[in-house]
Design a binder for this molecule. Structure first.
Ligand code: CP
Ligand code: NVA
Length: 300
């Protein structure tokens, strides 16, 4: 049995297979997981991820159970390992959106069924799967810039690029260093795959000669108390027309959403690239379908 906690547990071939499966299921929807049940545990808000998972399992012929962590006994102190043993014994998959990645690791250790990371502080792997499908659909190569915070989206891109052998240039403000363990894993993978990973504090350098420009909110869920400080620290890291002018001709802009105009992206850049951004959001549905099939050993 496989879990899906981070792309680092998957090979290049497996990631590419997941994307191919998503292409196929997007073309031809099929009820491949009749009567399978998915539990969805959310410790944080969600629009896209909840919709993608709930619709994915229902369009595949199964059923979703939405479980807000506020309503579970988890919120009253029931241990994660007990919750995992109960929920994992009643459904075919469990997806969790958690504050701390350790919660996922603990849950996965005790769950009898596959556990899927629907966002943690460290990774957001289903988002990057959706992004990879979108990049493929727009015929872009792996020359990518990520400008923004050094947390879940940045880490997931670092892992994906290093396994897939992409060129990834990350620009983050001073003082927002990437998690050491994740960085050293990525650099080791990059040696094997031939990926070119560059990290700096210079957004223009990162964006230069890239085909795909990615950013994320400066203030992630749960960081609301740091908002003022982060806005100060990230000033200058906006993706605006000037920043995009450093990218390759016909470069695309991507954002996992929700987007905060005037902070990480300007209104004009966002609207100019909105077709890509909303394709990226919709593609979450197809990669989640592919993932649920993959974890069930069902070809699609
Ligand atoms: N991008 C993303 O995960 O969106 P939600 O937070 O709305 O699920
Ligand atoms: N970094 C953001 C991603 C939202 C999809 C957050 O964690 O809130």
């Amino acid at each position: 049995m496989r879990h899906f906690l981070s792309l680092r547990d998957y090979t290049k071939n497996e990631i590419l297979k997941l994307i191919d499966m998503a292409v196929s299921i997007k073309k031809e929807p099929r009820k491949l997981l009749l009567d399978k049940k998915l539990a969805m545990i959310f410790e944080k808000s969600s629009t896209r991820t909840r919709m993608a998972f709930e619709l994915a399992i229902s369009e595949l012929g199964g059923k979703a159970l939405f479980l807000s962590s506020n309503d579970l006994q988890l919120n009253r102190g029931e241990p994660v390992k007990d919750t995992a043993r109960v929920i994992g014994s009643m459904v075919d998959f469990v997806m969790l959106r958690v504050n701390k990645h350790e919660t996922l690791l603990e849950f996965a250790k005790y769950s009898k069924t596959p556990v899927i990371n629907a966002l943690s502080d460290l990774y957001h792997p289903t988002q990057v799967l959706g992004d990879l499908l979108t990049i493929k659909e727009y015929n872009k190569q792996g020359k990518i810039a990520f400008v923004g915070d050094s947390n879940n989206m940045c880490n997931s891109w670092l892992i994906a690029a290093s396994i897939l052998g992409f060129e990834l240039s990350i620009a983050i403000p001073k003082g927002y260093n990437i998690n050491n363990e994740i960085l050293s894993f990525a650099l080791k993978e990059a040696e094997k795959s031939g990926a070119k990973i560059e990290i700096s504090n210079d957004k223009f350098k990162a964006i230069s000669n890239k085909d795909v420009i990615i950013t994320d909110t400066w203030v992630s869920m749960g960081e609301e108390d740091k908002k003022e400080q982060k806005i100060k620290d990230f000033s200058g890291f906006i993706i605006d027309k000037e920043a995009m002018s450093y990218a390759n001709k016909n470069a695309i802009f991507m954002h996992c959403l929700p987007a905060y105009r005037g902070f990480e992206v300007s209104e004009d850049v966002f609207e100019e690239h909105s077709e890509v951004v909303f394709t990226e959001a919709t593609n979450r549905l197809y990669v989640v379908k592919a993932l649920l099939c993959f974890l069930s050993d069902v070809e699609c």
